[in-house]
Ligand binder design. Structure first.
Ligand code: C2E
Ligand code: MG
Ligand code: MG
Length: 742
C-alpha cells in the first residue's frame, strides 16, 4: 500500500468537503467566495507542513519550512485577490501582487522539495537534476503541443503578462517532476508522502493550466469548476505535511538506483516524442517550441547516460573493494587471498603461505567483550601488515585467522618469527593491556610441477595445527608426515562415524569389588570398537578421535544409553552400581544433565545407581564442567574422579570438586608392591580422601600382593584383571568374584 488508509480517508474527506462545494457553487454568484476557502486551506496546509518541519531533521527541516512558506505565500496572495475582487470590488490587474504570492509557491516548494529529498552525494544530485530537466523538457513539449500553443497564439496584453501566465503551468511541470523523483527515491513502504505531493501538484498543474488557457481566451472567472484542483493541491499538501510530521520520510541511501528511478526520465520523453509525432498529421511539422526542448532533452539524456556510467563505474570499484576486503582490519579477505593464491600458483612463481591463528582469542572475546576483540584484531592486522612487504598479500581469512601470501620463499622461518615477535608487545584495549600470541603454520608450493591451491591451504592448516600442538605461540613448517597423520585421522573419523551409524560399537564391563570380601559393588562400562579391518581398537585411540571430530557427544550418549539398558536388564543391578566414563566435552553441552536424567528414566534406573567417571584433567581445564557436575550430583548421580594422580589437578582444589569417588590410577597400584615410597604416598592419599569424604577405588590391581597391600593401607575398593577382565555383562553371573592372579 502506497498510501495508508487514514491518509486516503483524510485526503478524500478534505477534497470532497472543499472541492464539491466549489463545483456546486460554480456559475452562481457565490462562486468567487470559494476563493476564501482555498486561501484558508492553503494556510492550514502551511501550518501542517510547518509541523512536519518541526519533526524533521537536517535539510528536510528547512525543506518543509520552505514548502510551508510557499503555501502561506499562495494563501496570502489569494487573500489579496479575494479582498480586491470581493470586498474592495477593485479590478485586479494581471500580473499583480497576488501573482507574486502565487508564483512564490512553486519557487519555494521546488527549493523545499530539493532539500527534503536528502540528496547527499554530488553524483546522485546531478542525476536527479538531469532527470528533472529531462522530464521538464519533455513535459513542456507535451504541454506546449496540447495547451500552451493555444495560449501563445491567443497572445497577451504584454510580454511580461504572457511570461507570467506561462510561468504557472511550467513551474508546475517542474514541481510534479520533482515530486515524482522524490517518490521514486523514497524507501518502499514509505512512499505515501511523496504520492500525496504528486497528487497535490497534479491538481495544481491542472488548475493552473486551465487558468492560463481560460485567461488567454478571456473566459476565466473566479471559482470556475477547474479551480477545484487548487483545493486538491492544498488538501494533499496538508495531508502530506501531517503524515510527514507523524513519520519522517526515509530515503534509499544505497546509491543504487531502483528500476523506477532508472525508467523515470524516459517515460515522459517517450510520451513527448509520441505527441510530437502525433502532431504531424495535424499539419504541425516544425515547431521550435517542441523541437528545442526535445533536442535539449536528448542532450540531457546523453549527459545522464554519461553520469550514470561514471557513477556506476565508481560504484563497481567500491563494491569490488568491499568484496575483496575485510571491513574490520582493512586487509584483504579470503576471496582476495584465494584469487591471489590461484594467480601465484598458476604463474609457476615461487609462493608460500604463512598462516596465523591467534591463541585462545575466544577468551579475549568472552572476558573483555567483542569490541575489545575487534580492537585486538585490528591491531594484529596493522602489525602483520607492518611486518610484510608491499608484494605480500596480507589477509584476514575470518575470525582470528590471518594469512600472508608471499613470493619470498627463503627465510620463511625468520618471517614467522618476526610476525610472532610483532605480536609480543601487549595490546592496548581501553585502560587494559592484553597479551596475544599466535600459532603459525608455513607451507611452500612445491616448485614448478605445481601445487593445487586447496592442497597448499590444507598443508598450511596442518602446519598451524602442529604449531598449536607444540604448545602454541610458535611456528611449524609443513612436512609430509603431517599430511599422512591427517589422512589417517580423516579415515578414523569417517569409519568411527560409520560405526556410530551402524551401532557397531559395544561395551565391556569390568567389576569393581570390595577388597575385603571380593563382593561386586559396581561395574564399569568400557567402550569397545571392533574395526572391520583392524580388529579391536582401544578406546584410548578412538575416544580422542571422537573428541576431535565432535562425535563425542553422540558417541557418549549412545554408550550411556546402551550401558543403562544393559545394566537395567542385568540381575545384579539391584546390588551394584553402574560406572560410565564421560568426556569433559560432553559436559559442556548445557543439555547434558537433562539427557542423563532422561536416559536413566528410560532405562528405569535410579540416579543413585549411576556413577559418572571424569578424569581429573577435565576438572582442572574446564571450570564450566564443575557446574554440570554439581547439577548432576544434586540429582543423586555420583561422580568419580578417574585416573587420579596422572593429571595435574592440584590437591589443594580436590575438596572443591563435586565428587563422591576417587579412582587412583594403576601406576600407583603397580608401584606399591615394590616401592616403599609409593606405599607412603598411597597411604597418605587414603587418609586425605577419607578426611574430605571421598570413597577410594584402586585401579589396575593385577596380583594378590597388590590387593593385600592396598587393603592393609585402608583402601576399601578395587578393580583390575585380578577380579575380572572387561567382558560382556551377561558373563558376570556371581556377585562374589574369585581373584585370579594375572
Ligand atoms: P579407565 O576409565 O581408567 O578404564 C580402565 C582401563 O584400564 C580400561 O581400559 C581397562 O581395560 C583397563 N584395566 C582394567 N584393569 C586393568 C588391569 O588390571 N591392568 C591393566 N593394565 N589395565 C586394566 P580400556 O577399556 O582400554 O579403556 C581405556 C580408557 O578409555 C578408560 O580408562 C577410559 O578413560 C576411556 N574410555 C573407555 N570407555 C569410554 C567411554 O565410553 N567414554 C569415554 N569418554 N571414555 C571411555
Ligand atoms: Mg574409567
Ligand atoms: Mg581409570
Amino acid at each position: 500500500m502506497l498510501l495508508r488508509q487514514r491518509q486516503v480517508a483524510t485526503l478524500v474527506a478534505i477534497s470532497l468537503a472543499t472541492g464539491v462545494p466549489i463545483i456546486l457553487l460554480a456559475h452562481t454568484a457565490a462562486a468567487p467566495y470559494t476563493q476564501l476557502a482555498s486561501s484558508t486551506l492553503a494556510c492550514v496546509a502551511a501550518v501542517l507542513c510547518s509541523l512536519a518541519a518541526r519533526r524533521a531533521i537536517g535539510l528536510a527541516r528547512g525543506g518543509w519550512g520552505l514548502i510551508a512558506a510557499g503555501l502561506a505565500s499562495w494563501g496570502l496572495g489569494n487573500f489579496y485577490w479575494s479582498y480586491n475582487e470581493l470586498i474592495a470590488h477593485a479590478e485586479v490587474l494581471f500580473p499583480s501582487w497576488a501573482d507574486l504570492g502565487y508564483l512564490l509557491f512553486p519557487v519555494l516548494a521546488a527549493a523545499g522539495l530539493f532539500l527534503i529529498s536528502g540528496w547527499t552525494t554530488v553524483g546522485s544530485r546531478l542525476t536527479v537534476l538531469l532527470d528533472g530537466l529531462i522530464a521538464g523538457c519533455a513535459l513542456f513539449a507535451i504541454a506546449w503541443a496540447v495547451t500552451l500553443r493555444s495560449v501563445w497564439e491567443a497572445g497577451a496584453d504584454s510580454a511580461f503578462a504572457f511570461v507570467v501566465s506561462l510561468a504557472y503551468p511550467v513551474s508546475d511541470i517542474v514541481l510534479v517532476t520533482m515530486a515524482v523523483l522524490i517518490a521514486a527515491r523514497t524507501r518502499r513502504g514509505g512512499r505515501g508522502v511523496g504520492l500525496l505531493l504528486i497528487i497535490g501538484l497534479a491538481g495544481l498543474a491542472t488548475s493552473d493550466t486551465m487558468f492560463a488557457l481560460d485567461t488567454s481566451a478571456g473566459t476565466y472567472y473566479t471559482g470556475q469548476p477547474t479551480d477545484a484542483g487548487f483545493f486538491l493541491c492544498f488538501a494533499a499538501f496538508g495531508a502530506a505535511g501531517w503524515a510527514a510530521a507523524r513519520q519522517p520520510m526515509v530515503f534509499d541511501e544505497t546509491g543504487v538506483m531502483n528500476r523506477l528511478q532508472i525508467m523515470l526520465p524516459y517515460v515522459p520523453f517517450g510520451l513527448a516524442a509520441a505527441v510530437a509525432v502525433g502532431q504531424v498529421p495535424a499539419g504541425v511539422t516544425s515547431d521550435a517550441a517542441v523541437a528545442v526542448p526535445m533536442l535539449a532533452g536528448l542532450v540531457l539524456i546523453l549527459l545522464r547516460q554519461l553520469s550514470t556510467l561514471l557513477h556506476n563505474s565508481a560504484l563497481t570499484r567500491r563494491l569490488r573493494h568491499q568484496a575483496y576486503h575485510d571491513p574490520l582490519t582493512g586487509l584483504g579477505n579470503r576471496a582476495l587471498f584465494n584469487e591471489r593464491l590461484d594467480q601465484a600458483l598458476s604463474s609457476g612463481r615461487p609462493a608460500a603461505i604463512v598462516y596465523l591463528d591467534l591463541d585462545d582469542f575466544k577468551m579475549i572475546n568472552d572476558s573483555l567483550g567483542h569490541d575489545a576483540g575487534d580492537i585486538v584484531l585490528r591491531t594484529v592486522g596493522d602489525r602483520l601488515a607492518a611486518c610484510s612487504t608491499a608484494e605480500d598479500t596480507v589477509a584476514r581469512l575470518g575470525g582470528d585467522e590471518f594469512a600472508v601470501l608471499t613470493g619470498q620463499v627463503d627465510g620463511l622461518e625468520a618471517q614467522a618469527e618476526r610476525l610472532l615477535y610483532a605480536l609480543r608487545e601487549p595490546f592496548e584495549v581501553g585502560s587494559r593491556m592484553v597479551r596475544v600470541s599466535a600459532s603459525v603454520g608455513i607451507a611452500v608450493a612445491a616448485g614448478p610441477e605445481g601445487t593445487r591451491p586447496e592442497d597448499l591451504r590444507k598443508n598450511v592448516d596442518l602446519a598451524m595445527y602442529a604449531a598449536k600442538g607444540q604448545g602454541k605461540n610458535t611456528y611449524a613448517m609443513f612436512e609430509l608426515s603431517m599430511r599422512q597423520g591427517f589422512d589417517r585421522e580423516m579415515m578414523w573419523r569417517a569409519e568411527l562415524g560409520q560405526a556410530l551409524a551402524d551401532r557397531s560399537l559395544h561395551l565391556a564391563y569390568q567389576p569393581i569389588v570390595g577388597l575385603a570380601d571380593h563382593r561386586v559393588v559396581g561395574v564399569e562400562a568400557l567402550a569397545r570398537w571392533d574395526h572391520p579391518g583392524l580388529g579391536p581398537v582401544a578406546p584410548e585411540v578412538f575416544i580422542p578421535v571422537a573428541e576431535r571430530a565432535a562425535l563425542i557427544g553422540e558417541l557418549g550418549m549412545f554408550m550411556l544409553r546402551r550401558a543403562c539398558a544393559e545394566f537395567a536388564a542385568w540381575p545384579g543391578a539391584r546390588d551394584a552400581y553402574l560406572s560410565v566414563n564421560v568426556s569433559p566435552l560432553q559436559m559442556l553441552d548445557p543439555e547434558f544433565t537433562a539427557m542423563v536424567i532422561a536416559t536413566l528414566a528410560e532405562a528405569g534406573l535410579r540416579p543413585q545407581q549411576l556413577v559418572l567417571e571424569v578424569t581429573e584433567n577435565a576438572l582442572a581445564d574446564e571450570s564450566e564442567v564443575i557446574g554440570t557436575l554439581a547439577q548432576l550430583r544434586a540429582t543423586g548421580v555420583r561422580i568419580a574422579i578417574d585416573d587420579f594422580g596422572t593429571g595435574y589437578a592440584s590437591l589443594r582444589y580436590l575438596h572443591l570438586f563435586p565428587a563422591d569417588i576417587v579412582k587412583i590410577d594403576r601406576t600407583y597400584v603397580q608401584d606399591i608392591a615394590r616401592d616403599p615410597a609409593a606405599v607412603r604416598i598411597v597411604g597418605t592419599l587414603w587418609q586425605l580422601f577419607g578426611a574430605i569424604g571421598l570413597t577410594a577405588v584402586a585401579e589396575g590391581i593385577e596380583d594378590p600382593a597388590q590387593a593385600a597391600m592396598l587393603l592393609e593401607l585402608g583402601c576399601p575398593f578395587g578393580q583390575g584383571f585380578l577380579y575380572g577382565y572387561p567382558a560382556p555383562l551377561g558373563s558376570l553371573t556371581s556377585l562374589v568374584v574369585d581373584p585370579v592372579s594375572v
